[in-house]
Structures are given as C-alpha cells and as structure tokens.
Ligand binder design. Structure first.
Ligand SMILES: Cc1cc2nc3c(=O)[nH]c(=O)nc-3n(C[C@H](O)[C@H](O)[C@H](O)COP(=O)(O)OP(=O)(O)OC[C@H]3O[C@@H](n4cnc5c(N)ncnc54)[C@H](O)[C@@H]3O)c2cc1C
Length: 428
C-alpha cells in the first residue's frame, strides 16, 4: 500500500459508474475518514497535526442537527490538554456536571461524583456537539494536510483485489472518488461503510428507550449540586441536566412502549415529570406539543471484527453503547486516540498492514466489553426493575454502601470519566 506523500487530485475514473453518473474527480490522500462526528473529527485532527494527509467526508452540510449528546468527558479533556486545546475548549459556551442526584423513596442518592476523581477536569463539560465539532475541525484546518468535504455522502467502497482503496461519494455537484491507503468508517450507528464492507454487528436490546426534551429555566430555579438531578416515578425515570439557559431532560421508559406513551399524550409526560421530581411541575407546563420531544431508540451492539484490509471501523460504527453513563462520545473519541497512536507512523511511511488495524481493535475491544457489561448489569438490576415497578423505589442498600467505600466508591465515576482504560496520546 504505497500512498502519495501529499493530497493530490487525479484524473477522472469512470470505470464502475453508469453512463448518467459522471465522475467529477478522483482525490488521493493517505487516510480517508467517513463521518464528521466526534470520532471521525478527532481522528482527522490527530492525524493532520502529525502531517498525515487526511480527508474527512461528512454527508451533512453543517454540524447542526438533532440532539445527539453534548458530553465531553474528563478523558477527552485530558487528551485535548496534551495538545493545548483544553483551555480554548473551555472558552466555548458550556456547563459542567459532576454527577446527578436522583430522588428515591428512601431519599436522594448520588451514584457517582466526578468531583472525587484525581484529574484536572473532575466534571463532564456540556458543550453543544455542533460547536465542539466546529472547534475540532477549525483546529484541524490549521494543518495543510487536512481536507474537509461537507455534503459528501459516501455510498461506495473502492476495492481492488480484496483491499479497500477508498470510497465513492455523492457531493452537491455529483460523484467523486477518494483514493486512500486507509479508509476509516466513523459514520455512526447506521454505518453505511460497515454495511458496504459486509460487517454485521451483534445486537443487544437494552430494556428501555429515552424521550429527550427541553424544560425552561425559571428565575426561581435553585443551583443544582453536580449540575444534574433526577427521580424515579411510576415506571419512568427522569434525568435533568443543567444547560445554563434551559434544562435538558430525558425520560426513560420501557422499550416497546413508545406508541403507548404517545397515545397517552403530552399530559402523561407531564405527570411523569411531576411524580419523579415535583420541583419541575411548573416547568412541565411548557410542554404542549409532541414535536418538542425527540426519541432515542436505545440499542447496543458490537462488531466482532472492526477491520478488513484497507478499512477500519471506529466509534458507533464499531460499537453502539447504551446511554447508561453517557459514554458513547467518550468511547468514539478514545477509539480515535488509539487509532492515531497506532496508525500515525504506518500511515506516514505508507506501511499500514491489517495487523495495525487489528491492534487498534485489540486495544479498544476489551474496554468496550467491560463498559457494555457494566451497562447491562445496571440495566438489568436497577433500571428494568424501576421501569417495571409502579412504585417509587428505594436505592438498594448494597449500592449505598458501595459508593461510601473509599476505593470501590469511586469506581462508577472512574468508569464514566475514563472508560475501562485511561487513554493518552503516545506522542504530541
Ligand atoms: C438522541 C441521542 C442522545 C445521545 N446522548 C449522548 C450523550 O449524552 N452522551 C454520549 O456520550 N453519547 C450520547 N449519544 C451517543 C453519541 O451520539 C454517539 O455515541 C457518538 O456521537 C458516536 O460518535 P461517532 O463519531 O462514532 O458517530 P456519530 O456521532 O454518529 O457521527 C457519524 C457521522 O457520520 C456522518 N455520516 C453517516 N453516514 C455517512 C455517509 N454515508 N457518508 C458521510 N457521512 C456520513 C453523520 O452525518 C455523522 O456526522 C446519544 C445519541 C443519540 C442518538
């Protein structure tokens, strides 16, 4: 796999297109990343700043779209700090969460408190994901080896003798091709790259779905310890995050009950809010129309193999995480950091082997398994019983005991902050 040393545009290749589908150009680069989400954007930045020619293809025209989570975890901030970007990141409009206090029948309970961790960043930074992605790609654009193409909808893999050599995408002005030594599928949970490569993830079905919505900030609202709170109502769990000008709320309910919830109407959501957290009774009056809600159909999956010759999957394309602990963005970025650690030198020397891709998977698979197992445990032992019960439940005494124990007590916080393995950049 011999790459050119810099990004160049080559002559048009029409070999595999229908006559009506004129290929406009063929661009050559070292690494072609499909998907400008957190995983793809951060990988592009990390490679570009080490001089690797990289093209990032994003199918949307901008980074503004439906809510997909705005959480930047301590481990991501530590990595950005290594390359001098933690301080500018904090200049973006943000709020901070160190752990929600949930209301149970036997009193309030805080499962994790990031404030107890030894890190420069003992909190989750809430930054609108669109602003975060703009920030990362703006930084990447400072390096001449970086190229970003928006409105580039990847629909084909270029393959030669069983090796992926790039992609074909439909842009605003027609078809284009990017030829590369390595293609990275960072195109999210419905990954087209994964599908084109014939890789099928193994699914699990967490027993819940989440309805996301906003609640207004009222003048009399108190400061909330830890930046988040919540409660358990009859068969539903409410989580509320402080977003400065508004509250971001998630109502967790049993999987498969969305139509029933919708049939009951907005009034039923309002009732659940009041049951779970009476302090939000007045806020709930702002909910009047179903358009104010967006549904997260919760699923989790993991691919057995994240690569094939010339192709690597990272982030949600390789593993969709359940929302328990909100670690999806963290894990996608950690994959990117490990991919940059392992692949920068091989990409620079034009010697990427499948063994390098397998090494990325080796380093990331077990932390993914550990967190997914922890999420399954929480879902089965805590969340499912709470959703099935028509009573406001108690916190199990064993859990209360656990969080008070000196070392074990910070385990949930450490897993949420850093994942199962703390990831750092090998060279900066
Ligand atoms: C409603 C909702 C709420 C969430 N809340 C949280 C949260 O609070 N915290 C958290 O950590 N995680 C949360 N998640 C999960 C989180 O969004 C993902 O885990 C994370 O974004 C994965 O990052 P990624 O880079 O792998 O993929 P994505 O963020 O999904 O990015 C993939 C990108 O690829 C682009 N793309 C897709 N197909 C193509 C194609 N064919 N060609 C070109 N581009 C393409 C997409 O437009 C997208 O920009 C939430 C998810 C949802 C749906």
């Amino acid at each position: 796999m011999e790459p050119p040393n810099q990004s160049t545009t080559l002559h048009t290749s029409k070999a595999h297109l229908q006559p009506a589908e004129e290929m406009r150009d063929v661009h050559q680069t070292s690494c072609c990343i499909v998907g400008g989400g957190p995983g793809g954007a951060v990988l592009a930045l990390l490679l570009a700043r080490r001089g690797v020619p990289v093209t990032l293809l994003e199918m949307h025209k901008d980074f503004d779209r439906e809510f997909r989570g705005d959480t930047i975890h301590p481990s991501v901030m530590e990595v950005l700090d290594q390359i001098g970007l933690a301080a500018p990141l904090h200049e973006l409009r943000h709020s901070k969460v160190s752990g929600p206090t949930l209301r149970f029948a036997n009193g309030p309970f805080r499962l994790f408190d990031l404030g107890r961790l030894k890190t420069r960043f003992p909190y989750i930074l809430l930054v609108a994901q669109a602003r975060f992605l703009e920030f990362i790609t703006r930084e990447a654009a400072k390096y001449p080896s970086f190229r970003l193409v928006m409105q580039a909808h990847v629909q084909r893999l270029v393959e030669e003798a069983g090796v992926v050599r790039g992609v074909g995408y439909l842009g605003a002005d027609g078809w284009h091709e990017v030829r590369s030594q390595l293609t990275v599928g960072a195109d999210g949970r419905f990954s087209q790259v994964r599908q084109l490569a014939g890789i099928v993830p193994v699914k699990s079905a967490p027993p819940m779905d989440v309805l996301w919505f906003r609640l207004p900030r009222l003048p009399e609202d108190p400061d909330v310890a830890g930046g988040a709170l919540g409660g358990i109502g009859r068969g539903r769990i409410l989580v509320v995050l402080d977003r400065f000008d508004y509250w971001q709320a998630g109502l967790v309910f049993s999987k498969g009950h969305y139509q029933e919830l919708r049939g009951e109407g907005v009034e039923s959501v309002r009732r659940s809010i009041i049951e779970a957290e009476p302090r939000f009774s007045k806020h709930s009056e702002s909910l009047a129309d179903w358009h104010q809600f967006s549904l997260l159909s919760v699923e989790a999956n993991r691919c057995k193999c994240w690569h094939k010759p010339g192709l690597l999957l990272i982030g949600d394309a390789a593993h969709v995480m359940s929302p328990v602990g909100g670690v999806g963005i963290n894990y996608a970025i950690q994959d990117a950091v490990v991919a940059a650690n392992v692949l920068t030198e091989p990409l620079r020397s034009g010697r990427v082997q499948e063994a390098h891709l397998a090494e990325v998977q080796r380093q990331r698979l077990w932390p993914t398994r550990v967190i997914q197992s922890m999420q399954s445990f929480m879902q089965e032992r805590l969340i499912a019983p709470a959703l099935l019960s028509q009573q406001v439940g108690n916190v199990p005494w064993a859990l209360r005991l656990l969080v008070r124990t000196p070392i074990l007590g910070t385990l949930p916080a450490r897993l949420i902050a850093f994942g199962a393995r703390r990831v750092r950049l090998n060279s900066v």
